[in-house]
Design a protein around this ligand. Sequence first.
Ligand SMILES: Cc1cc2nc3c(=O)[nH]c(=O)nc-3n(C[C@H](O)[C@H](O)[C@H](O)COP(=O)(O)OP(=O)(O)OC[C@H]3O[C@@H](n4cnc5c(N)ncnc54)[C@H](O)[C@@H]3O)c2cc1C
Length: 424
Amino acid sequence: MSDPGGELLATPGEDSCDVLIAGAGPAGADLARRLAQAGASVLLVDSLVDLRQAAFSSAALPWAAVQEHALPDAVVAARWSSWTLLGPGSDRRSWTSATPAANAAGTAAAEESVPPLGAVLDFGALRHCLAERAEAAGAELRLGWRAVEWQPDGAQARTLLRGPAGAQRWIRSRWLVDATGQQRALLGEPDHADDPLVSGGGVEWLLQVDQAVWQIWADRLSFLLGSDWVPQGYGWVFPMAPGQLKVGVCRLDDPGRPQPPLHGLLQNVLQRLDLAQALVLDRHGGVIRSTIRRREPHQNGPLLGLGDAVSTANLLGGEGIRHALSSSAVLAPLLLQALAGRPAALRRYPRRLRRRLGWRWSLSGRLARRTWLGLDGPTADGRLRRLLAGLEAGAGAEDLSALLFDYRFERYGPRALPYLLGWR
Ligand SMILES: Cc1cc2nc3c(=O)[nH]c(=O)nc-3n(C[C@H](O)[C@H](O)[C@H](O)COP(=O)(O)OP(=O)(O)OC[C@H]3O[C@@H](n4cnc5c(N)ncnc54)[C@H](O)[C@@H]3O)c2cc1C
């Protein structure tokens, strides 16, 4: 590609490429594919040695995202068409789609005619598949390599990678992309005091259960709501492949209060759901961190931020895979323009990404902060109960999806909004 940042003159011992992408999560791997397909030379690195390992994400998302990003069947572990909300206390509410999926196992013909509401992905398989697509498009993939620091060098970037057995390598690139997720390994922490990072932690176990137990949770996303389940957060049970369940808890951090260990909360959930004896196939967890208004810089010279590294993880539902993929769809054409000699195109990136995420985005973040951080006792449980009773009376499964995935709070009218915002 033409050379806006001058010729790439790598010194001996340095490698060079048009774009170095640090982090082969959904955002980084998808961007690598898009750029390589357009002819850019792309190096994609990840500190993980195997992208199928450390699959920290529950990876539930709406079906529209599966279709939009053309995710193959091989990464879809389960489909769902119902919501179940347990709590506060012993309350139980369920909503089933008017056009349910054929069934959890699904037949191809039935799935074509009645799409489900959403999917639970195998996150390790997703990362592996997206990285394979990037390689097939011509990107180079290096696993087991961590980006440890970078320096601007004229208009270009020099980045130090540390690899297996302490190996080190400097890479010179026209552009460098921080796709290292919430770690923001190269961009660093945003320093806007008026829009700080809101942070939450989650742990999840993958359980093996017998078929009868699995059927109870199949074809639905089940959430555990109320301070007696998980104060300042929520729990969940998601179906995976037949006979497997993902059970987890997530909580927003409140630095002003003692935060009991998440593992104790998960043990409590497993006891109450009669799942404590199930065989544990995998234990994983992670952190989700975003600013609410997303005003942080998306660029620092030749360094660009992507995905969770620029707060595309949504705090309300604790989900960000589809938004990470969207950030790549937004950045790729602008970065290609920059590679073709028009670096000013990148100034449009933050605005375009904000537009893509939609005007309801920061409202959903404020709602998440109020709802989850405020969920700390009987008063908050009572408020939540009133809200859920209202939804039960007037909403279907599709409406719940529209609320939690499209953030369509205004559908519930001016009377419901104050509840949603925690003002009543
Ligand atoms: C417990 C939990 C549950 C979740 N559940 C859901 C869910 O149900 N649905 C949903 O959509 N989202 C969910 N999310 C959020 C979702 O997983 C993230 O929003 C999404 O993975 C972000 O993609 P990304 O590519 O931006 O970052 P990541 O997926 O975090 O990828 C970053 C990559 O960078 C690599 N890396 C980190 N540092 C370096 C470095 N210095 N050098 C090289 N590589 C590095 C990491 O190994 C990783 O592979 C969940 C998150 C957590 C923590």
